[in-house]
Every structure is written in structure tokens, then in C-alpha cells.
Design a protein around this ligand. Structure first.
Ligand code: DP6
Length: 319
């Protein structure tokens, strides 16, 4: 009763920031993302009557993170009517502390591996719902390529599906890892206070039009159309975070320096756009043909410890 799954992290073009239901992790708004080939989690789950406790190895987790993993195993045990304990071994392809969120890839891989280990044949849609309850953005790491997560009215109605396969458009996400000592506030804690911002509602009201614009940009494969709306929602999300109580400033000086550089490169004719999650790192989105030029330019900036180059990736899968 053992299975291994691999799942990618994802970058949201339209972000999830705020829950309509905390326990079920129902998002206030729909979102769209791309799976990342260079940021993967591999997880093996084994259920056995030999085990007397659940154990988690391979990556260091805080006690709160461990509790979340065990609660997720409980959900899957409940579906499988099992009371067996599990051994979980999980590894990330990206260095811990790099500031790349591993909760999406982690919960997607855990969901697929644990349900297979219990010999449950759960269809993709239900797997996305299950992963979502573990970590919201985790549902977007299950389907392939470019993914839509519907906010939905109820738990059964808030799931993710693939808009286009990973081979559809040769995009790059070059992640500039910004040196930062302090640990940032977790996404769960950060978005829990979303309603303390005077601007959260305005952002949510603007989302349906932005979702449509991203869908249109994907259909046309227009990096310009995608980039403009993606940057707008990134800035909106951070404006909400920065105006929450207490305020959340995820950006560092280097983050701001990269934003200015990207805008300058664009004025010089290079189609590259930025987006930023709940941390200081900057995701530089461009087409494959411009990868080399973007890397050359970004390498000349100060305060970046490493680059992770991603292509669109398959979703979670068994190995
Ligand atoms: C800023 O999925 O990590 O990356 O559901 O509380 O686990 P929880 O939050 P999580 O939030 C991701 C927030 C984001 C934007 C995004 O990926 O859409």
C-alpha cells in the first residue's frame, strides 16, 4: 500500500487572496495559473499496519505544517475507510528557504500519492477538490499546463481544470530568488486578514473582467495582453496586502529594483512581465525565444541569489 507522486508548484496569473470559507478553503475569487517544471515535490506515502504513528521525513516541517499534513491524511483515510498509519517521505527539487511556496506542489503530490496508496481511484476533479482543502493553490497543481480554479458556491463546485496542456505555449517563468533573511507571514495567515484592507472588495469586483482578459490572452498567445493584466492583478493583490491591518510588505528593495528593471527592459523592446506571490521573489514571465536575453539581463542585477527557470509543466502524476 505504497505510491509515489510528483507535482509541480504553480504561478498564478490571477491570484487567490482571501477565502469565502476558511475551513473549506473556498476562495473569494477564481484564479488562473501555470504549472512550473523547475519546482517539483516528490512524495511517497506508505500505509501499513506495522506503523503506530504517522511519520513525515525528507523535508523539515514546523509542527503546524505537520498537523496540516496529518489532517490531510485523515481526510483521505476517511474516504478509504482506513485506520492505517502512514509513512510520508517528501522532497522538493528547489532548495528550502528559497522562498518558493511548496504548499501547492506538496499538497497536490500528497493527495495523489496517498489516495493511490489506499487504492482509491479518485477522478481528477475530485482530486483537485481534495487538494484544495489541504492548501487552496494546491488544486491548481493537479491538472496539466495552464489551469483554471473556479471559486464556486460550495465545496463540490470549487475545483480546478486544465485550460490548455503544457505544450500549448512555450512560456518561461524565470524566478529571481531575492536574498531575504526574515521569514514572511504565511499565505494562510496573511489572507485571513484580507477584509481589514479598505480595498479588498474593489479587487474582487474587478476579477471577472481580468479572468476573461487572461483567457483571451491565452487563446491568442499574446504575451503583451497576458503580461498587462497579470501585473495589474499582482499589484492589486499586494496593494490589498500592504493595506491590511497589520500591513504585509512582502516586497524588499531588490523586489522593487527588479520591477523597475522589467519596466525599463520593456521600454527598450523586450516583452517580459513580472508577478510576485507572498514573498520577495519575482517571477519574470516571457516567451521561450526571449529566455536567454532575460537571464543575461537579470543576472546583472544585485541582490539575487539564484534563478529558477521554469517551462509550463504537466500536473500531478504517479511515478
Ligand atoms: C499569494 O494556497 O498557499 O500564492 O489555501 O491558505 O494554503 P492556503 O493558501 P495558498 O495561497 C497562495 C496565495 C498566493 C496567490 C496564488 O497562488 O494564487
Amino acid at each position: 500500500m505504497k505510491a509515489t507522486a510528483i507535482a509541480p508548484a504553480n504561478i498564478a496569473f490571477i491570484k487567490y487572496w482571501g477565502k469565502a470559507d476558511d475551513a473549506l478553503r473556498l476562495p473569494m475569487n477564481s484564479s488562473i495559473s501555470m504549472n512550473l517544471s523547475g519546482a517539483l515535490t516528490t512524495t511517497t506515502v506508505e500505509f501499513s499496519s506495522d506503523y503506530r504513528v504517522d511519520s513525515i521525513e525528507g523535508t523539515e516541517f514546523t509542527s503546524r505544517e505537520k498537523e496540516k499534513i496529518v489532517s490531510h491524511l485523515d481526510r483521505i483515510r476517511k474516504i478509504g475507510k482506513s485506520n492505517l498509519y502512514a509513512k510520508v517521505i517528501t522532497k522538493n527539487s528547489f532548495p528550502k528557504g528559497a522562498g518558493i511556496a511548496s504548499s501547492a506542489s506538496g499538497f497536490a503530490a500528497l493527495t495523489v500519492a496517498a489516495s493511490k496508496a489506499l487504492e482509491l481511484n479518485i477522478p481528477e476533479k475530485e482530486l483537485t477538490i481534495l487538494a484544495r482543502i489541504g492548501s487552496g493553490s494546491g488544486c491548481r497543481s493537479i491538472p496539466d499546463g495552464f489551469v483554471y480554479w473556479k471559486n464556486g458556491e460550495s465545496s463540490d463546485d470549487s475545483y480546478a481544470y486544465s485550460l490548455y496542456p503544457s505544450t500549448y505555449w512555450d512560456l518561461r517563468d524565470i524566478v529571481a530568488i531575492v536574498n531575504a533573511e526574515e521569514k514572511s507571514v504565511s499565505t494562510t495567515d496573511g489572507m485571513a486578514r484580507v477584509k481589514t484592507s479598505p480595498f479588498w472588495k474593489e479587487r474582487i469586483l474587478g476579477i471577472p473582467a481580468k479572468i476573461q482578459a487572461v483567457q483571451y490572452a491565452l487563446k491568442k498567445k499574446s504575451i503583451r495582453d497576458l503580461g498587462i493584466v497579470m501585473e495589474e492583478d499582482c499589484i492589486n493583490m499586494h496593494a490589498v496586502a500592504m493595506t491590511q491591518n497589520p500591513p504585509l510588505f512582502y516586497w524588499k528593495e531588490t523586489t522593487m529594483a527588479i520591477i523597475h528593471a522589467v519596466r525599463r527592459w520593456r521600454e527598450e523592446g523586450l516583452p517580459v512581465y513580472f508577478t510576485i506571490d507572498a514573498g520577495p521573489n519575482v517571477h519574470l514571465i516571457c516567451e521561450g525565444k526571449n529566455e536567454k536575453t532575460v537571464i543575461e539581463k537579470v543576472k546583472r542585477l544585485h541582490g539575487i541569489s539564484q534563478l529558477i527557470v521554469n517551462r509550463p509543466s504537466l500536473g500531478a502524476r504517479l511515478v
